[in-house]
Design a protein around this ligand. Structure first.
Ligand code: S3P
Length: 420
């Protein structure tokens, strides 16, 4: 697809619902007793995969635009699926399902697309096995024999909300208490939603304790806009001259706002308005105006707070004066594609001065760059980041697979081209 260039980014955007919260609303709603009503649901491919999996386990789920009704059947109400569960491109669906399925009274199996089959599942299989789970394989397809689980005290080797959540969900079924100790704080949407549904869960900074739960109560979930989707427009408006974009109703849970901290540190003009809280999740309207960015260093415990935004932060670095170093971000190698390699290879096509490192990249920014014919590697966040890069490059660009943006942001190109 040829990227049509806009001249400035001006307007108001409502980005689609938060992907992490949408997944959890369907999963926990299915395990709750009663009707969970979800508004602002992200009808992207990943969350639709989650719905499909739970429908295959006997849960009735109605979708009407971004409103979803989940008719929960309780923690022991899932039925054995009559086929292998298919999670598409979604790591969150795959890993969280492992935690739920390990403690069921039935057997099941899970697989996904070519990307999912290459992503490491050992990181959930290992701790779940310590709980007594019987899961065959460390890559999809996974074969799960439902069994009784016991609690563990687990120090996580990686900062990962997916691993943390899989263990916490298994912990709902385990005989004794389960403690998960994080090395760095990762997104805490699971803890917030489980707490709101009445689970026996306690959060003490980096340590989370959950105990066997008999009953989760259905709640109404208002899903805020996804800050990971807002990030593309935050960077675009910061760099493109004469721009001002307001993104309304964006989730600003502190475990997700690393992008705001980094862009502000780089000199971005960002204001938050209408800040409020709904069911423990903070929400705001975010306005971003053009500014001159400067390079920075990004590493340490901020990484889990912006892990999905690193490709678009790399775009910001290209147009920032000076050097930007991204470190401690090895996790990028095991996302939908190896995002360190993909960013470096694609950016080099434009003449960008970028070097791959073991745990990130170094970008010398502030120079003009040319357009290019980009590859997305089937990765939604690469597709959107490269489309923003293309807007800011001199000359024309194409991307090979714009369609993959639908994983997290089905209307991305409508919103982008609507900004002028
Ligand atoms: C997610 C957690 C993160 C993130 C992913 C969604 C979640 O993955 O990259 O897009 O919803 O829990 P990790 O937990 O593997 O870091």
């Amino acid at each position: 697809m040829q990227i049509r260039k806009i001249k400035k980014a001006v307007g108001t955007i409502k980005v689609p619902g938060d992907k992490s919260i949408s997944h959890r609303a369907v999963m926990l709603g299915s395990l709750a007793n009663g009707i969970t009503s979800v508004s602002g649901f992200l009808s992207g491919a990943d969350c639709l995969s989650t719905i499909d999996c739970f429908r295959n386990m006997g849960i009735e789920i109605n979708i009407d635009d971004d409103n979803v009704i989940v008719y929960g059947k309780g923690l022991h109400g899932l039925k054995q699926p009559n086929k292998m569960l298919y999670t598409g491109n979604s790591g969150t669906t795959t890993r969280l399902l492992c935690g739920i399925l390990a403690g069921q009274k039935f057997n099941s199996s899970i697989t996904g697309d070519a990307s999912i089959q290459k992503r490491p599942m050992g990181r959930v299989v290992k701790p779940l096995s310590m709980m007594g789970a019987k899961i065959e394989n460390e890559f999809c397809p996974l074969y799960i024999t439902g069994t009784n689980l016991k609690g563990i005290d687990y120090k996580m080797p990686v900062a990962s909300a997916q691993v943390k959540t899989a263990i916490l969900l298994a912990g709902l079924y385990a005989n004794d208490e389960t403690v998960v100790r994080e090395i760095e704080k990762s997104r805490d949407h699971t803890e917030l939603m489980l707490g709101a549904m009445g689970a026996d869960i306690n959060v003490d900074d980096l340590n989370i304790t959950v105990r066997k739960t008999e009953n989760l109560s259905a709640i109404d979930v208002n899903v805020p806009g996804d800050i990971s989707s807002a990030a593309f427009f935050m960077v675009l408006a910061s760099i493109m001259p004469n721009s001002e974009v307001t993104i309304t109703n964006v989730g600003i849970n502190p475990t997700r706002t690393g992008i705001i901290d980094v862009l502000k540190d780089m000199g971005a003009d960002i204001t938050l308005e209408n800040v409020h809280t709904n069911a423990g999740e903070s929400i705001a309207d975010i306005t971003v105006r053009s500014s001159n960015l400067k390079g920075t260093t990004i590493g340490g415990d901020i990484i889990p707070r912006l892990i999905d935004e690193l490709p678009i932060i790399a775009v910001a670095a290209v147009f920032a004066d000076g050097t930007t170093t991204i470190k401690d971000a090895e996790e990028l190698k095991v996302k939908e594609t190896n995002r360190i390699r993909a960013v470096v290879d694609e950016f080099k096509k434009c003449g960008i001065d970028i070097t791959e490192t073991d745990d990130g990249m170094i970008i010398h920014g502030g120079k003009s760059i040319s357009g290019a014919d980009f590859k997305t590697y089937g990765d939604h966040r690469m597709a959107m980041s490269l489309s923003v890069l293309a807007q800011l490059a001199d000359g024309d660009s194409t991307i090979d697979d714009s369609q993959c943006a639908c994983v997290s942001y089905p209307n991305f190109f409508d919103d982008l081209y609507g900004l002028e």
